[in-house]
Write a protein that binds this ligand. Structure first.
Ligand code: BLA
Length: 237
């Protein structure tokens, strides 16, 4: 599950000038003690971004995960790229979340950055899970047009790969928006919001328990604060 999407994302990053950043070995690949789970991560240096990370977790039929977050440079106030795909094979349950994660919730900002995502939201009507988010606050770093699917993977009308590729295309497009008279957030504001994103997510991320159960508390804490959300790490600049 998600192999093709992972390959497509990697290819697209490379075609946008991305190069791989070396990673500490315990974050690059880590096995559970019982060797029934493995988690692999990748970081890319992509023009226009200060960090683009991808994580895959493989627990066989029990669980497959593809998660990716891209933080634009502080000089750019565009939303953070975020996807979270989970496949619980034995339950046949797919959770798929794709969003342009907004730094702020306001119409002026939404008007600039969200026309592409709005179009996808209209088109992919399955990605309209009414279920309230119970772990995250849907007003914090989620847009009103978040593509959110929970359910049987086989009931999806569209292939997840197609949805993903269109989503990715729309995201690349917002990088090329002309300045016109757009009044962006300041570099300092972008930095503050991106830091707060890490702090907030390190607090609420539902993956922490999962990581703990497979990889132990120490590794789970390190992974959460040093890899997934490094600005939540005490001592970071
Ligand atoms: C839900 N994400 C989840 C759940 C898990 C993860 C275990 C609960 C699924 C369930 O039982 O229904 C797992 N999250 C992970 C993993 C990583 C992670 C393994 O960060 C890291 C490798 N989450 C994101 C990003 C988005 C996101 C970038 O990390 C947004 C695009 C969204 N995940 C998201 C949402 C839910 C979720 C909205 C549903 C939570 C809810 O209902 O409140």
């Amino acid at each position: 599950m998600f192999n093709q999407i992972f390959e497509e994302l990697t290819t697209s990053i490379i075609s946008h000038g991305g190069s791989k950043v070396p990673l500490e070995s315990k974050f690059k690949e880590y096995f559970s003690r019982k060797k029934d789970a493995v988690i692999r991560s990748f970081v890319w240096d992509v023009p226009g971004f200060r960090r683009w990370r991808i994580t895959r977790m493989d627990v066989g039929e029990k669980l497959q995960v593809l998660n990716s977050v891209a933080y634009p440079n502080y000089s750019n106030d565009q939303p953070i790229f975020g996807i979270d795909f989970l496949w619980f094979g034995t339950k046949k349950k797919l959770v798929a979340v794709l969003d342009f994660q907004p730094l702020i919730q306001n119409d002026y900002y939404f008007e600039r950055y969200f026309s592409g995502l709005k179009t996808l939201k209209k088109h992919y009507s399955d990605f309209n899970t009414k279920k309230e988010m119970n772990l995250y606050d849907s007003k914090k770093y989620f847009s009103p047009w978040v593509l959110f699917y929970v359910g049987d993977a086989y009931n999806l009308k569209y292939s997840l790969k197609e949805v993903f590729l269109n989503f990715l295309d729309k995201y690349w497009l917002i990088q090329k928006l002309p300045d016109r008279d757009y009044k962006s957030l300041s570099t300092k504001q972008v930095k503050d919001f991106q830091f707060e994103y890490d702090l907030y997510n390190a607090e609420v991320d539902p993956a922490h328990g999962l990581f703990k159960s497979y990889f132990g508390t120490q590794w789970a804490d390190d992974f959460l604060h040093q890899f997934l959300f490094p600005k939540s790490f005490r001592g970071c600049q």
